[in-house]
Design a protein around this ligand. Sequence first.
Ligand SMILES: O=C([O-])CC(=O)C(=O)O
Ligand SMILES: [Mg+2]
Length: 221
Amino acid sequence: MTDPRPDVDLTAVRTHLTSALLSDALDAQGLRHQCLGTGLALLDPTRVLAGYAFPVTIQRVYDVPAEPFRGLVAALDAIGRDEVFVTATHRAADIAVWGELLSTVCLARGAAGAITDGLVRDTRAVRELGFPVVSAGTIPYDSMGRHEIVAHGVPCVVDGVRIERGDLIVADSDGVVVVPQAVAAGTVRAALDKRRGENAFRRAVAEGMSATEAFATFGVL
Ligand SMILES: O=C([O-])CC(=O)C(=O)O
Ligand SMILES: [Mg+2]
């Protein structure tokens, strides 16, 4: 399996960018539906999660299979440095798809974080590990006998947003934005430009410039 990834500086993304700036840069290209829905939050909202999507496909099961977690361990053994484990559950409300041990494996492999539209568990331990995780909430239920991972590295859809392996995915206290790999480098450049414009706008209005003049001068808001 190839390990596609766009040519972006993840440290610059984590240090200088936000999901909002990236969303603005996507809007400017006509890509106006690249954010996941509301209610998804980082366990530690002071962090920024930025990396390359590593989506998995899950299947609901209603019994413990003969070989439980076969697809899960294969996916964990395949995730690479700076990748983000993405589990689309269609907002399943009765499974924890992520926890402490999965976080520990991913940390050891250099992965950047995990994102799900479902639920997670072991949250105190995951917070202590410092591994960035986004979810819709928590529940103690194990995934064993409730879902199995049946593929990894293939596209998924979360809240109507298609996510492919290698897409840039960024989460912060505002939410989650998905930047398609093909436009990632240009979008990061545009978002850094917008940040410079916002910095100039902020300084000018703090010093008394009117909003009308600041918008006319810097072209951002
Ligand atoms: O079993 C699971 O699916 C999640 C879990 O508890 C862990 O990673 O520790
Ligand atoms: Mg656990």
